[in-house]
Design a protein around this ligand. Structure first.
Ligand code: NAD
Length: 260
């Protein structure tokens, strides 16, 4: 039980990496606020945790809205007495798969920046304020991407993830004197989450999905696509006390993609 009695928030908990991480955090003993813009999906995750004997509450929150991020943090403090861990996991993809820089509209640009960078900024800001008010430190984990380490996955999307990486390092350094750690996960292609569909790729056909997964996996030296569960395992470690002396790290979960 690596997270026994910790109070945690996972954003984007209604699907993919967020759902897998919320379930893993709860299985390790954390009490979890499952936050998502999709209130029904957040509730489904919280229900899955409760059914498995864990403790969770759903929270509807759009992370691009500062007041809603504050509300989500207040929910954790109100329900569980304090906040120990914030996993800023939400990210939205390039709106049309394969879109080049010049294909992005102002609206596309503003949405990617507002959700992917703005959401992590608001999360870090209000978690740091809460951690300092409570005392005793705290842990932030952000979901970056391989797309923020190398040019892959869309120019504007990748730039927002590069911003998340830099913010993570800065929060780690500013937070260190207060016992606040901040790290980032940098996943490579995960065909089985809702992300690809959100980017306009329809994978409802199982044969099509299998072909897409094989193609993504073939790009990774370890030969298989990344799963939400791969990310959840890394997340549990980074937010736990086993990583007590690890901060400012950008951890690729990429089957060796960046090393190639
Ligand atoms: N899937 C991939 O190939 C891939 C690769 C690298 C990095 N990532 C990153 O991993 C993270 C998780 O992605 P996933 O693959 O699990 O995606 P997903 O689409 O399965 O899940 C994302 C969740 O975020 C929620 N969400 C979207 N906008 C929101 C908002 N404004 N406020 C609150 N919730 C919101 C959605 O409702 C959904 O439940 C993202 O940051 C993404 O950028 C994904």
């Amino acid at each position: 039980m690596l997270l026994q009695d910790k109070s945690a928030i996972v954003t984007g908990a209604g699907s993919g990496v967020g759902r897998a991480s919320a379930l893993r955090f709860a299985a390790e003993g954390a009490r979890v606020v499952c936050a998502d813009i999709d209130a029904d999906a957040a509730k489904q995750t919280a229900d899955l945790i409760e059914t498995a004997g864990g403790t969770a509450v759903p929270a509807a929150a759009d992370v691009s809205r500062e007041d809603q991020v504050q509300g989500m943090i207040e929910t954790a403090a109100g329900q569980f007495g304090r906040l120990d861990i914030l996993f800023n996991n939400v990210g939205v993809p390039t709106p049309r798969l394969g879109a080049k820089l010049e294909d992005h509209t102002l609206e596309d640009f503003q949405r990617l920046v507002a959700v992917n960078f703005g959401g992590v900024f608001f999360g870090c800001k209000h978690a740091v304020l809460r951690f300092k008010q409570q005392g005793g430190g705290g842990v932030i984990l952000n979901t970056g991407s391989v797309a923020g380490l190398v040019a892959w996955g869309g120019s504007v999307y990748g730039a927002t993830k590069g911003a998340v990486h830099q913010l993570t390092r800065a929060v780690a350094i500013e937070g260190a004197p207060f016992g606040i750690r901040a790290n980032a996960l940098c996943p490579a292609g995960m065909p089985y989450t809702g992300f690809m569909a959100a980017g306009g790729l329809t994978l409802a056909d199982p044969a099509h999905l299998a072909a897409a997964a094989e193609k993504v996996g073939a790009a990774h030296p370890l030969g298989r696509p990344i799963t939400a569960e791969d990310c959840a395992e890394a997340a549990v470690f980074l937010v736990s006390d086993r990583a007590a002396n690890i901060t400012g790290v950008l951890l690729p979960v990429d089957g060796g993609y960046v090393a190639k």
